[in-house]
Design a protein. Structure first.
Ligand code: ATP
Ligand code: ZN
Length: 304
């Protein structure tokens, strides 16, 4: 069947995968071919994780402000956090105010107020509350993907404000959770290597603990709570395409999650789908059909 819907917009249906920039820095639209790669990455990641039998949930791209406060995100990353504002009155009241604002030259958004929700900064914040107050009998793995928002201060290649993050979270006890995290680092390094990416594993300071005490950063690195997998994403930029974190009881305590009566420990493995796609394009070119057979097999995109 001929696709007539995109015929007039060749850049939307071209085989060349692209993130189409918008007039707003850090906000981009994926064309069809780019999104097909994202879909292939998603299904490859779910296949990779299948032996862990993760419970899959779908999460919204907004989250309670109170929850982010509770887990320390507001103190840690006030600069990255975006909140949702809205107008609480009727349309009639809005138009009354509009007239008054016109006289004062005030922008329309000054009539809005902050709501109880913020834009989701990381997928996994939706996952811990699902286990609030529970005493688990065995470790669980949960997975979800969401568009995340971060008010990034710079917009170099691969640093978006809105991007998709697939996460896997394990809730369990300290030792086996760190082993699980380490196994994800090794698995992700192998997988990204099979995708033909020049990947490095580097220790990083943990986003879940950072911020408030910048000095925490060094401690986190010493304790190796967070590993990042970096790769060239094009334009000379090297970015973290994935990360794996051990949170100790950072989430187990505030959400009273227990396992066998003890406070649970958690870890997560996070994958930036746009960044991995950009890295693939940087390594192999814009048309997936001409990528090396091994890469296409690993990803199961394009002709095999
Ligand atoms: P960075 O160090 O680049 O700021 P981060 O360490 O804050 O990233 P994480 O919080 O570990 O990132 O998020 C998990 C993954 O989400 C990252 O490894 C990356 O692939 C992706 N990601 C994070 N921030 C962005 C962004 N601004 N644009 C695109 N992808 C991102
Ligand atoms: Zn980082």
């Amino acid at each position: 069947m001929t696709d007539t819907s995109t015929a007039a917009q060749p850049h939307l249906s071209t085989a060349d995968a692209a993130l189409i920039p918008t007039e707003t820095p850090g906000i981009a639209v994926a064309n069809r071919s780019f999104d097909a790669i994202v879909a292939a990455l998603r299904s490859a990641l779910l296949t990779l994780s299948a032996p862990q039998q993760p419970v899959s949930v779908a999460v919204p791209p907004v989250i309670a402000r109170a929850l982010l406060e509770r887990v320390g995100y507001v103190d840690g990353f006030p600069n990255l956090l975006g909140t949702v504002h809205s107008f609480a009155g009727s349309p009639a009241r809005w138009h009354e105010l509009q007239l008054a604002r016109d006289e004062q030259n005030a922008p329309w958004h000054t009539a809005q107020q902050i709501t109880d929700v913020a834009v989701l900064p990381a997928t996994c914040y939706h996952l811990y509350p699902l286990f609030e107050g529970k005493d688990l009998t065995e470790p669980v793995v949960v997975t979800a993907e969401a568009y995340c928002y971060r008010n990034e201060g710079t917009h170099e290649h691969g640093r978006l404000r809105s991007f998709r993050m697939r996460e896997f979270v394990r809730i369990g006890v300290a030792d086996e959770v760190t082993e699980w995290r380490d196994a994800w680092v090794a698995r992700a390094e192998r997988w990204l290597g099979d995708l033909g990416l020049d990947v490095s594993v580097v220790p990083a300071s943990d986003p879940f603990f950072g911020g408030a005490g910048r000095l925490m950063g060094a401690t986190q690195r010493e304790q190796q709570l967070k590993w990042e997998l970096t790769a060239p994403v094009g334009d000379g930029a090297v970015q973290a395409v994935a990360s794996a974190n051990y949170h100790k009881d950072h989430f187990g305590t505030p959400f009273s999650i227990r396992i066998g009566g003890e406070t649970a420990h958690t870890a997560c493995a996070a994958f930036g789908l746009e960044r991995i796609t950009l890295a693939l394009l940087a390594a192999h070119g814009p048309d997936p059909a001409s990528w090396p057979a091994r890469v296409r097999a690993t990803l199961a995109v394009g002709p095999r």
